[in-house]
Design a protein around this ligand. Structure first.
Ligand code: HEC
Ligand code: HEC
Length: 234
């Protein structure tokens, strides 16, 4: 390579580095206060969320807008257990909307997804459309399960501590923004339960965190295994 070629190659590399840094800065997730802060109120009013909830959702438009999500959450909405990409098919629309808005606002840390969640990709109305589309997709039962070693313990814990909110069959509660946990991947359930216990999921429900306070890692594993096997017949 001669001198002019070398300098133009270097200029090109510098340009690429500059562009990547700029893109990185633009897509850096903001940080909003969460459960680690004294006085945190779960699900406090959010303008963006109210806009999405008030929108008359169109599942057909949602299917088109879901294009940008497919790479990770997959065309059938089943996610990918090995990569901790959650299953979204059949999830309550209200839950999908709340989680999207929490990620956008930086109340739930998700640096991998953040660049695909912002206003520059999807409007609040499109998020409502996507949520309606995902909600009516058939609920897959091929989700990742645990090793099955401690299911009686998992069941006892679930019925005592979790079913009051997430429902006996894991159906959750759309009106209260309580996620459906049935059909979800074991690895993701385990991760979110542990993160909620340890204040790593910063948009978590304080009432749920109180319940989890004395859970050992083995308890988390057992209850997550049980949850991953719940099945809603619909
Ligand atoms: C680059 C991969 C990626 C893309 C693209 C992506 N997501 Fe995600 N999404 C994730 C990951 C990873 C998580 C779980 C993060 C965690 O563990 O907290 C997640 C979590 C979610 C959740 C929370 C689910 C729950 O049960 O709480 C929703 C809802 C969601 N994504 C919707 C979407 C939508 C809608 C789009 C498209 C507009 C999208 N995602 C694009 C990776 C992605
Ligand atoms: C007081 C009601 C309540 C109780 C009791 C409760 N949860 Fe939750 N749970 C919630 C809410 C609300 C969320 C969603 C938090 C948010 O907005 O991000 C949630 C989220 C979760 C998630 C993440 C789901 C997802 O799609 O991202 C898991 C896993 C979970 N709970 C497991 C449990 C387990 C295990 C128990 C029992 C040990 C339990 N929960 C008890 C209300 C509850």
């Amino acid at each position: 390579m001669n001198r002019p070629q070398l300098s133009s190659a270097l200029a090109l590399i510098a340009g690429i580095i500059f562009t990547c840094q700029a893109a990185h800065a633009e897509f850096k997730q903001p940080h909003a206060t969460g459960i680690e802060t004294y006085g945190y109120a779960w699900n406090s009013p959010d303008q963006d969320m109210n806009r999405a909830l008030a929108h008359k959702a169109d599942a057909g438009k949602g299917e088109a807008a879901y294009k940008v999500c497919k790479g990770c959450h997959k065309p059938d909405g089943a996610g990918l257990a090995e990569a901790d990409y959650p299953q979204l098919a059949g999830q309550h629309a209200s839950v999908i909307i709340k989680q999207m808005m929490d990620i956008r606002a930086g109340r739930r840390d998700n640096p991998r997804m953040y660049p695909f969640s912002g206003e520059w990709i999807v409007s609040a109305e499109e998020i409502a459309d996507i949520a309606a589309y995902l909600n009516q997709l058939p609920f897959p039962t091929t989700n990742g399960k645990g090793n099955g070693y401690n299911l009686p313990r998992g069941k006892a814990l679930y019925l005592k501590d979790c079913a009051s909110c997430h429902g006996k069959t894991g159906e959750g509660d759309a009106k209260k923004f309580y996620p459906m946990v049935a059909g979800q991947h074991f690895s993701y359930l385990k991760r979110e339960t542990r993160e909620s216990r340890d204040h790593g999921r910063r948009n978590a429900s304080p009432e749920m965190v109180k319940v989890l306070k004395n859970y050992s890692d083995a308890d988390v594993e057992a209850v997550s295994d049980y949850m991953s096997r719940l099945n809603i017949v619909r």
